[in-house]
Structures are given as C-alpha cells and as structure tokens.
Design a protein around this ligand. Structure first.
Ligand code: HEC
Ligand code: HEC
Length: 138
C-alpha cells in the first residue's frame, strides 16, 4: 500500500514541475512541436512562421490548411478555424527542412556562442528557396 502511494506522489511531483517549466517559457500554448525548441517563446515562433512565409512566398495555409468548411456534409457559414497543431504531409516536409537548417547552422556556423545554435540563421529557408516553395523547378 505505502509503496503504491510513494510512486504516485513522485509522478505527481514530476507532472507539476514539468508544468511549471513550460509555464515559464511559452505558457504551454504549443501542443505539437517536434523540430523547434520546446521552450520557444511566442515571439520567436511567430517570427519563424513569418520567415517561412516570406522565404517560400506562401501563406500559412500552405503548411496549415484550414479545416474543410463543412461538417457531416452541411456547409458552414463561417470557415472552421485552422488547427495549427494538426499534422499533414507538407508540415512534415517543412519539419525536415527545419531540422536540416538547425543541423547546418549548428555544425558549420556556430561561431557566435552567445546565440543558441537552434536559433542561428546563417543558412535559412530563404538561402535556398528565394521566394519559391519549389526551388528546383525555378
Ligand atoms: C513552410 C511551412 C509553414 C508555414 C508557411 C507556416 N508554418 Fe506554422 N508550423 C510549421 C511547422 C513545420 C510547425 C511544427 C514545428 C515543429 O514541429 O517543431 C508549425 C507550427 C506552428 C504552430 C504551433 C502549433 C502547435 O501548437 O504545436 C503555430 C501556432 C503555427 N505554426 C502558426 C503559423 C502561422 C500563423 C503561419 C503563417 C504566418 C504559419 N504557421 C506558417 C510550418 C509552417
Ligand atoms: C539547402 C537548401 C534548402 C534550405 C536551407 C531549405 N530548403 Fe526547403 N527545399 C529545398 C529543396 C531543394 C526542396 C525541393 C523543392 C522542389 O521539389 O522543387 C525543398 C522543399 C521544401 C518543401 C516541400 C515543398 C514540396 O512540396 O516539395 C518545404 C515545405 C520546404 N522546403 C520548406 C523549407 C523551410 C520551412 C525551410 C527553412 C526552415 C527550408 N525549406 C530550408 C531546399 C532547401
């Protein structure tokens, strides 16, 4: 009985401390980050997303398509809100690009040790994309 109780208390403490760690960074508003740092601030995330749009000359919907404007075949008046945390193949492709960018910067451009390597932008999306989502076909 006591053994069971102790394990429960320990996991409660872990849950609470993980919660407060997230609370000190972005308030835990992001649900599905697999490439960007978990402790990214709202300002940093916004700045990344805007940079992706500019570099590829696309809007948010290119990687975050809005949910269909119908529910059980009934067309809704208002478009349904985009779920930015939802996954799709384009977002998955973009994650690979984000990881590549981080790896290149960390490996070959990590001179400025004041900046965190995951936020170095020596090589960035625009370096290759130059305003196109498909740079190979330009
Ligand atoms: C080139 C693709 C791309 C574009 C364009 C883009 N995003 Fe994203 N977005 C991503 C990827 C990839 C992730 C997930 C990052 C990760 O896994 O760390 C993400 C994650 C997010 C999240 C976090 C969701 C969560 O809770 O996990 C938000 C919010 C978001 N994007 C908003 C936007 C907005 C607003 C725009 C337009 C200004 C935008 N994005 C444009 C690729 C894109
Ligand atoms: C080293 C060069 C390079 C960098 C840096 C780079 N990309 Fe790419 N990216 C490419 C190439 C090449 C393709 C394939 C394009 C094609 O098929 O024409 C591609 C494809 C993509 C695609 C898929 C488009 C599709 O459907 O084929 C997305 C989304 C994307 N990149 C997003 C990004 C984002 C976001 C960044 C910055 C985090 C980035 N890329 C950085 C070279 C790069």
């Amino acid at each position: 009985m006591t053994h069971h109780f102790n394990i429960r208390s320990v996991s409660m403490i872990l849950v609470f401390s993980a919660g407060s760690l997230i609370a000190t960074t972005n308030g835990g508003i992001y649900k599905n980050l697999k490439a960007l740092p978990q402790d990214i601030t709202e300002k940093q995330l916004d700045s990344c997303m805007n940079a992706y749009c500019r570099a590829l000359k696309v809007d948010c919907g290119f990687c975050h398509p809005p949910k269909p404007n119908s529910l059980y075949g009934i067309t809704l008046k208002q478009p349904q809100q985009t779920d930015f945390a939802a996954d799709n193949p384009m977002k998955e492709d973009a994650r690979k690009m984000i990881r590549m960018q981080m790896e290149v910067n960390r490996k070959f451009f990590y001179f400025d040790t004041l900046a965190r390597p995951e936020f170095l932008n020596m090589v960035n999306c625009y370096t290759c994309h130059r305003g196109s989502p498909f740079p190979m076909s330009e």
